[in-house]
Design a protein around this ligand. Sequence first.
Ligand code: NAD
Ligand code: UGA
Length: 461
Amino acid sequence: LGIRLNRICCIGAGYVGGPTMATIALKCPQLEVVIVDMNEDRINRWNSDDLPIYEPGLPEVVKACRGKNLFFSTDVKKGIEESDIIFASVNTPTKTQGVGKGRAADLRYIESVGRTIAQYANRSKIVIEKSTVPIKTAEAIARVLSANETANGGHKNFWILSNPEFLAEGTAMKDLDEPDRVLIGGQEQDAIMVLADIYANWVPRDRILMTNLWSSELSKLVANAMLAQRVSSINSISRLCERTGADVKEVARAIGTDSRIGPKFLNASVGFGGSCFQKDILNLVYICQQFGLDEVASYWQQVVDMNDHQKSAFTGKIIQSLFNTVTKKKIAILGFAFKKDTGDVRETPALMVCDMLMKDGGLVYVYDPKVLIEDALTEFKYHEIEVNTDQFIFSKSPEEACEGAHAIVVLTEWDEFKTYDYKKFYDKMMKPAFLFDGRNMLDHAELEKIGFEVHALGKGT
Ligand code: NAD
Ligand code: UGA
């Protein structure tokens, strides 16, 4: 291909770009890795001891590589000029306006990456879609690039690859270290092999899957849709368990031991959250509708609808149990992140739960080991939910959140929540003291012994 293989650049220093590139830098000391982002504040934090994202194991890797073969910069132009292998790891949120509003992916950032590469590329480049994108996005990027291939003087080639990321937040470093698979989609074998050789520095070759571009792009959406579908499926069953005397944990174990079903992603919960599940399913729904596949679209839409139902049913049960009103009642919320081991609150189920409680007049006191109140308020704002800060308070400790509360509501499965002295909390709570376990993670028999009225998910009370 005639490109230089010693340096790579990643555009987008977020939850994916940061950990992924830090891992490449660690595993490939012969490569220089530059991550660029237009967000100066984020880059400054990547260059400090206070990294912009919380991810177990990440600080150690950044520390080991930063300044040696891992660099963070706002100089996008230089990053593009100096690297012939460029990853695009920018955000692809759901469109909030115009055609496809609320469903289609907003591709403005990925398109702007294409245009920026076209503007600054001085030689031929391999351009890699790391972001999750709708099927056929590579075609759009290729068009933007090829329409500009003589810009900057001289003809250039651009090879586009799809290399979706499957890491999960909270376990990103382990997922990157030992991926189930790496997926590379492309049209030119030589370009595919350049990327495969980078991963082969630490990933066994038989786990590096190669497909055509469109299979790769679509597989990413389908993987997330299938995972989310399992959560919605078990959550739907949790509702039935609550009416019938079955226990959803027992049902999950009973079905999960069937090797064809498997045990993972069968934990009933208050609902799935995170920046991607809902966005990617809605995107899949939109794509199906575009092709006139309305039945297929509505099949997948149900996964999101069930998730919304789960969040509101869970909160409805809290209000109903507290004698049909939470007005002026203090409610302790344990956990605001969308899952444990992350400070990320994007699309967290806590959003809808707290909103419903506050609309009913409740005083919500949140304790989360990693979430910042500013991030929670930003997420409310993004969803156009007005928050009265007299009703939404972040507590410094779980004790503070629980003191004088009518109920404890567990929304995130942080390990430390299992270690608390709930007797101490109970003694300082209003009575009857309620506990709603939105993650089914605590010892309910023990809590009942203390005196709590416990409401587990998927278990009749
Ligand atoms: P993010 O919002 O954390 O990071 C994206 C970054 O890109 C931001 O810092 C933003 O400033 C930067 N950016 C946007 N446009 C830019 C431009 N033109 N030039 C320079 N910088 C630009 O997003 P994320 O969570 O890292 O997700 C990135 C992509 O990866 C998305 O498509 C997402 O669906 C996908 N993904 C995310 C996860 C996850 O766990 N978060 C996992 C797998 C895949
Ligand atoms: C998910 C996928 O697992 C990743 O493979 C994918 O790369 C990523 O989305 C993405 O594309 O962004 P993530 O959202 O970080 O990763 O976290 P998950 O572990 O998948 O959890 C998602 C949500 O489902 C969380 O709210 C979690 O609490 C919930 N969940 C998960 C359940 O309620 N029950 C389960 O059994 C599993």
